[in-house]
Ligand binder design. Structure first.
Ligand code: NOJ
Length: 545
């Protein structure tokens, strides 16, 4: 205990490379295949790293590359320190890290601490008997009075969150698939095991971790039933799942979960590494508890990926997050769990235009904007043939699921659009063509790729956008969302209302730094902004390029 009596508190630092960074999610399985087996891999990714460096991103998050039976595509981990043979070897991973670092990129690995695979040696041992060494690594309960599950908790992927293990006569808990048993974070040896895993990864040169379902690790010690919602939400997260019918007050976001990250923060800080949480808590005040100087460096603000193409909704959704968390958030444009932004905002060319304009706004917020692979090409989701289903959500619930956003990256015209020389594990999509590829867009100044590259470069040149300049929302109503950062920069997004161009009066010395649409112009302080477009404007002469 120190002289202040605060004992275990740790006021962490934030790596300089994180502040002002732009992130990019790589869905490894669908990024680039080097050996023709149709599955993306680490050598394939390594060969494509220059694409990411040239795009202007700083931090690359890799979806899990650890060994896994792939029941949930890597989010069922069988060995936290190994590399999935389909993706390569530990040496291949070292090669990715070395090349990424040489290109100035940082790499975040995906850490899955809520659950393991049912084939993880810990779980295999835990199933061997009630007194097995690893029994308490998992959440076991006696059956309920009727012999059924111990409580009414349900899985994200449908069905009860409990599976009966006949050989030992108890139920084990799983917030996802039965093949993804939840770890028991009331067990100190689980804490110790993950502290070792984290240390090992950082010692290998990994620059940080994205923490899977970071709000879910701890459960109510009394395992009380979750109340049913009176009114199930109209938007149910896309799964149509019974999960959305409950108020998850006893299984998610429980007291004590942040304490885990307090321990991890010390380890991360000692390695200049970053902890980025997948904290699916859609309440800015509650989310703030996770992103403190002694817990997570950052967390995704998932509401950013949920908003409709509506100015009022965008303003009223994002503003409270900035107010509560300032620059401690990461802003996902898309992800492997959600439709691409271009899909959400209407699909096709209109969707792509809007996605770029929305990314421009995200680039104006304090914190880290995150692209998902394909966003830089303006991709909406793949149209897949009937009957193709790889995602457990689709397989179990028969709904659309997440396959369409996980289709292979289109690199160049030709078979499988350059993703593989073999048959891709998931079709590229009947709506994809040569014009969607990175090669076709490269060097074409009007292409989505080049417009995105210019956006990220412009952001990087403006310290007001990457630093601590205070943010203000300057237009309260109407179809234009606009923010200023200090006195230096204004970013405006016109979501459109069918009324055509919007006009904004700005200081006379204001200069246009970037526009998603070449029809935007600024003359003598009068800004003309077409619908579905966004601009970055330098407000004073010093800032102007
Ligand atoms: C969140 C991941 O992003 C998702 O893909 C996965 O299915 C669940 N966590 C379970 O690990």
């Amino acid at each position: 205990m120190d002289s202040t009596g605060r004992g275990d508190e740790h006021s962490g630092h934030r790596p300089g490379w994180w502040l002002g960074a732009v992130g990019y999610e790589v869905y490894v399985r669908s990024f680039a295949d080097s050996d023709g087996d149709g599955i993306g891999d680490l050598p394939g990714l390594r060969a494509r790293l220059p694409h990411l460096a040239d795009l202007g991103v700083d931090v690359v998050w890799l979806t899990p590359v650890t060994p896994s039976p792939q029941r949930d595509h890597g989010y069922d981990v069988a060995d936290y320190l190994g590399v999935e043979p389909d993706y390569g070897t530990l040496d291949d991973l070292r090669g990715v890290l070395d090349d990424a670092h040489a290109l100035g990129l940082k790499v975040l690995m995906d850490l899955v601490p809520n659950h393991t695979s049912d084939l993880h040696p810990w779980f295999l041992d835990a199933c061997s008997g009630r007194d097995a060494a690893h029994r308490d690594f998992y959440v076991w309960r006696e059956p309920g009075p009727d012999g059924g599950p111990p409580n009414n908790w349900v899985s994200h992927f449908g069905g009860p969150a409990w599976t009966f293990h006949a050989a030992t006569g108890q139920y084990y808990m799983h917030l996802f698939l039965p093949e993804q048993p939840d770890l028991n974070w009331a067990e100190p040896r689980v804490w110790a095991a993950f502290e070792d895993i984290l240390t090992a990864w950082f010692e290998r040169g990994v620059d940080g971790v994205r923490i899977d379902v970071a709000h879910s690790l701890v459960e109510d010690p009394h395992f009380r039933d979750n109340p049913l919602l009176d009114q199930p939400p109209s938007q149910d997260g896309g799964t149509g799942s019974v999960f959305d019918r409950f108020a998850h007050i006893h299984d998610l976001d429980q007291p004590g979960v942040v304490d885990i990250y307090r321990r991890w923060r010390r380890i991360a800080d000692a390695h200049d590494a970053v902890l980025l949480g997948e904290v699916y808590v859609l309440d800015p005040g509650k989310l703030r508890r996770y992103v403190t100087d002694d817990a997570l460096h950052s967390a995704f603000a998932f509401d950013a990926i949920k908003v409709a193409w509506d100015a009022q909704e965008i303003r009223s959704t994002l503003a409270p997050y900035v107010a509560a968390c300032d620059d401690r958030l990461s802003w996902p444009l898309s992800s492997h769990d959600d439709p691409h932004a271009a899909e959400r905002f209407g699909g096709g060319e209109v969707g792509a235009r809007r996605a770029l304009a929305y990314l421009t706004l995200l680039c104006a917020l304090p914190g880290v904007p995150f692209l998902f692979q394909g966003d830089e090409l303006g991709l909406d989701d793949a149209v897949l043939p009937e009957g193709v289903a790889e995602d457990p959500i689709t397989l179990r619930l028969g709904v659309r699921g997440r396959d369409p956003q996980r289709s292979p990256m289109p690199w160049e015209p030709g078979p499988a659009l350059g993703f593989t020389l073999g048959t891709p594990w998931l079709p590229v999509g009947s709506n994809r063509g040569p014009a969607d590829t990175a090669a076709a867009q490269q060097g074409d100044p009007g292409s989505h790729l080049e417009r995105t590259r210019e956006l990220l470069a412009t952001r990087g040149r403006l310290p007001a956008l990457t630093g601590h300049a205070p943010l203000e929302w300057v237009v309260d109503e109407g179809p234009v969302v606009a923010v200023t950062r200090g006195d230096e920069v204004l970013v405006a997004l016109h979501v459109g209302d069918g009324e055509g161009d919007a006009q904004l009066v700005l200081p006379e010395e204001a200069r246009l730094c970037y526009a998603t649409d070449p029809r935007a112009f600024l003359v003598d302080g009068e800004l003309t902004l077409p619908e579905d477009a966004a601009v970055i404007v330098a407000l004073d002469e010093e800032t102007a390029p």
